[in-house]
Design a protein around this ligand. Structure first.
Ligand code: 3SL
Length: 245
């Protein structure tokens, strides 16, 4: 019998105060697309990812590093930022482009959620792509867990909530206690309702519709595959890299 874990879920980067994450293990989720892109970049050989909160922070870092070893990456409202090396499509992050490079990464919601977690005890980066690696780490986690969905500009994102519910379902052996926080109950219920049909539900989400208008279906198809990577990105001292522990 799995131990029932103390897990809460926050539904956007704007829906909490930083001090609520103190002493927590935070799992940042942005299925479309920031955390899926981070996982893919590290899988394809990026050395590390530096998440930033805005363009000014990204430019400041970029001006002080050797441009041979760093790439400036990210999007605003889904579109690659002018002057950046790469946007936020995981399909751009191929080994020949990003191998050995450190990525300065700036996105609309995902990197803001990561930055807002900096005062927590631990930060994991989760997506459907690395689901089982996240679950293995959380089984050994000693802190209370917060699943932090990046959402979209303060709103809930169905695809993030679905993955949060899938994590709770898996960690808690398919059940949830009466005492669980409301956020955990909501995410768990979403997974119970839609978990049998993840690809269709992600494709039907508001953010998938936004992306399809901009760039078509390919990124959404890519981001809703489960367990295509067995790696766990974690954040230490402001830098995301692969956990070897
Ligand atoms: O909000 C984010 O961080 C992005 O992942 C959004 S988008 O998929 O690039 O539009």
């Amino acid at each position: 019998m799995n131990k029932i874990r103390n897990i809460d879920v926050f539904f956007s980067a704007q829906s909490f105060q930083e001090n609520e994450l103190r002493n927590k293990a935070v799992v940042v989720i942005d299925v479309l697309r920031a955390t899926s892109t981070i996982v893919t970049a590290l899988r394809n050989g990026a050395k590390a990812v530096i998440p930033v909160g805005d363009m000014a922070e990204a430019s400041k870092i970029a001006q002080n590093v050797d441009s041979d070893n760093y790439l400036l990456c990210g999007e605003k409202d889904g579109v690659k930022i002018e002057g950046y090396d790469l946007g936020n499509s995981p399909l751009e992050y191929n080994a020949d482009v990003i191998g050995g490079k450190t990525l300065i990464f700036n996105t609309t919601n995902g990197t803001k959620a990561i930055k807002k977690s900096l005062g927590s005890a631990r930060i994991y980066i989760a997506s459907f792509l690395n689901f089982s690696s996240v679950i293995s780490a959380l089984h050994n986690e000693t802190h209370d867990i917060v699943l932090l969905c990046a959402g979209w500009k303060g709103r809930l994102a169905l695809e993030d909530t679905l993955l949060a519910g899938m994590i709770i379902h898996n960690l808690n052996g398919g059940s949830i206690s009466e005492e669980a926080p409301d956020g955990a109950k909501v995410a768990f219920s979403i997974y119970e309702k839609y978990g049998g049909n993840i690809e269709a539900v992600v494709h039907g989400s508001n953010h998938a519709a936004r992306l399809k208008t901009l760039i078509g279906d390919d990124d959404v198809n890519f981001c809703c595959k489960i367990d295509t990577c067995d790696l766990l990105p974690i954040l230490h001292d402001g830098i995301i890299s692969i956990s070897h522990g």
